[in-house]
Design a protein around this ligand. Structure first.
Ligand SMILES: [Zn+2]
Length: 268
């Protein structure tokens, strides 16, 4: 059998062959047969990599004036480029993904808490104030820090995201993969139902909900409160519906994840 060696000629594309983003891409034509043998992607690609940290509440007490936010690793945040590519930070808050560079636009990446497994929604603004920060893409290592000007309503979002992911990770590391926990779970924060409903609460009802601070207590997204509610999510998946056992299990889970005998420390 004879091998054919097509002679490739490069043509640059007419407008009709621009790609979906309006950029021309060169293609190669078989000089003998006339067919296109290779169409090249001529878009510049940029490797985007770095780390995500965030100001979050340290220790097991809630966010209050004597326990201000500190900077630390933020795992699993979502990064999206204006050109459409999406990446996720890993468990160490590190990310590495490729984007196509748009000519003439300074590339930005948006970082938010809409993770693949956990996503956070601000109740008070119906999502309008969900954390979503834009950072210029640098050629080299990027150091992204979220929530540099912390408020109760932004720190609570970071805390809910961190504490829920930490609890999920703890559980999965000991029990193994469970498809139920692969489905995205919503954590609603800064819930305020107004009078006569008191704050000082957290609820599980298919998603997690945490109340904003009020006269009697601090914002509810402290470590053990989040883990306790996540315990109810686990029970929901197992079909367990026994009040006393459920509360005891949720407390035990929270105590193990954060290595403390106190649930809701300094909440009130
Ligand atoms: Zn409970």
């Amino acid at each position: 059998m004879a091998l054919r060696h097509p002679k490739y000629i490069t043509y640059f594309t007419p407008q009709s062959r621009s790609n979906e983003r309006g950029q021309d891409s060169p293609y190669f034509v078989d000089a003998e047969m006339g067919g296109i043998v290779l169409e090249e992607d001529d878009i510049d690609h940029l490797q985007v990599h770095g780390s995500v940290e965030a100001y979050h509440t340290p220790g097991n007490q809630p966010d209050h004036p004597q326990n201000p936010p500190v900077k630390g690793i933020l795992p699993y945040s979502r990064l999206s480029a204006e050109t459409g590519e999406v990446g996720f930070a890993n468990e160490l808050g590190l990310f590495d993904f490729e984007i196509s560079e748009d000519q003439g636009i300074d590339p930005l990446v948006s970082v938010d808490l809409q993770g693949e497994l956990i996503y956070v929604v601000d109740y008070y603004s119906s999502g309008d104030d969900n954390i979503r920060e834009q950072w210029p893409i640098l050629d080299g290592e990027m150091s992204i820090v979220l929530n540099e000007q912390p408020s109760e309503y932004s720190t609570s979002q970071i805390n809910a995201f961190r504490n829920t992911n930490m609890t999920r990770e703890f559980f999965v590391s000991r029990v193994g993969r469970w498809d139920y926990l692969q489905a995205p779970l919503m954590a609603v924060v800064n819930v305020d139902l107004g009078e006569p409903f008191s704050g000082c609460n957290a609820i599980y009802g298919g998603s997690l909900a945490f109340f904003a601070s009020d006269d009697e207590c601090f914002n509810a997204v402290s470590t053990t409160v989040v883990s306790h509610e996540y315990g109810h999510h686990i029970q929901h998946g197992l079909g367990i519906n026994h009040f006393a056992f459920a509360e005891g299990y949720s407390d035990s889970l929270a105590e193990m994840v954060f290595d403390t005998p106190i649930i809701g420390e300094h909440f009130f």
